[in-house]
Design a protein around this ligand. Structure first.
Ligand SMILES: C[S@@+](CC[C@H](N)C(=O)[O-])C[C@H]1O[C@@H](n2cnc3c(N)ncnc32)[C@H](O)[C@@H]1O
Length: 320
């Protein structure tokens, strides 16, 4: 196969005034949560660290999706290209799109640093309104984006539309948030991370500010795939485990997330003052309690992927 890599960036991002969530943040779309906006730079940094930490998990996911040279793959909402790189190694051809131009550029850089004579194209695009013919891809992958779009059933139906009959739509959503500490760290009250999680549940679990076009969908991810007309739905959670001493990227990942709890006033407001004090000590490299002095860390997480198969034409809902 000859090398045909092509970057196609439209002069203007296509999202202006279209997608309710995700357009202003340009990152993971948390900008759609009003006061919880994350700057595009902060989000991009988070995505880059995430992709380095979970590189092996991404490879495992590529294996589970059984991607081969005969397959055409779409990475919808590619972020900074962690999975695009995996598909580049495995598939016959890859298209990757994202609303955010800078993320598209990062993905392109990533793809070019990835070995493999694949046909890859990276462009700005909106997954709720894909610029592809029906039945273009064998696999459509969409990781951590669907929960940001205003109408999730319509969005997955759009992914299914561009998937060949018999092909696969796979979304990564849900999973287990990371933990790193033992329950008792000998400082403050036990179960600090449980309280952080609970506060996080409060953050994401509270009703979003209603936005024009939002369609409530109070059901699970497997149901979402079924409601978009997919069949043979399966789920798999890819576990991640790393023990002390953590790798530099893993430490950066933990630090990045914990710092955000303290530096963002809206998140910090959800924490107990005594927990804030403990976290400050854990994050202070000069403190005897600095997190990475510990020899008992266990960084663990679970990445969940749901996949479904597109049946015959009759099974697919129209997005119109
Ligand atoms: C949390 S990031 C996930 C990136 C990557 N898929 C991953 O799992 O690491 C969400 C990404 O989706 C993009 N995005 C949000 N809404 C989108 C839409 N309607 N169409 C295409 N991309 C979108 C954002 O720009 C961002 O890069």
């Amino acid at each position: 196969m000859s090398e045909v890599r092509q970057s196609v960036e439209s002069s203007e991002p296509v999202h202006n005034g279209h997608s309710g969530r995700g357009s202003d943040a340009g990152g993971d779309g948390h900008g759609g949560h009003g006061s919880y906006a994350v700057s595009p730079e902060e989000m991009r940094r988070s995505l880059l660290i995430h992709d380095r930490v979970f590189e092996h998990s991404h490879q495992e996911i590529g294996g589970w999706l059984e991607v081969g040279r005969e397959h055409r793959v779409l990475d919808a909402g590619c972020g900074v290209g962690g999975m695009t790189a995996v598909f580049t190694q495995l598939a016959g051809s890859v298209e990757a799109i994202d609303l955010d131009k800078q993320n598209v550029a990062e993905t392109w850089t990533r793809v070019n640093a990835t070995a493999g004579p694949q046909n890859v194209r990276v462009a700005t695009g909106d997954l709720t309104e894909l610029a592809y013919e029906d039945a273009t891809f064998d696999l459509v992958w969409c990781s951590r984006v669907i929960h940001h779009v205003p109408d999730m059933v319509a969005a997955v139906s759009e992914l299914a539309r561009v998937t060949c009959p018999g092909g696969t739509v796979a979304i990564r959503e849900g999973g287990f948030p990371f933990r790193v500490l033992p329950d008792d760290i000998g400082l403050g009250e036990r179960w600090l991370e449980d309280r952080l999680s609970a506060a996080g549940v409060g953050r994401f679990g509270r009703p979003r500010e209603p936005r024009e076009g939002d369609v409530p969908y109070p059901f699970g991810w497997s149901q979402l795939l079924a409601d978009a007309g997919l069949v043979d739905i399966q789920a798999k959670t890819f576990g991640f485990d790393s023990l002390s001493p953590l790798l530099a990227d893993e430490e950066a990942w933990v630090t990045h997330h914990w710092r955000r709890w303290l530096t963002r006033a809206d998140w910090r407001a959800l924490l107990r003052p005594d927990d804030i004090e403990v976290m400050q000590q854990l994050l202070d490299p000069d403190s005897p309690h600095h997190l990475f002095r510990r020899t008992d860390l266990h960084l663990r997480a679970g990445l969940t992927v749901y996949r479904g198969r597109r049946p015959s034409e009759r099974g697919i809902r129209s997005n119109a």
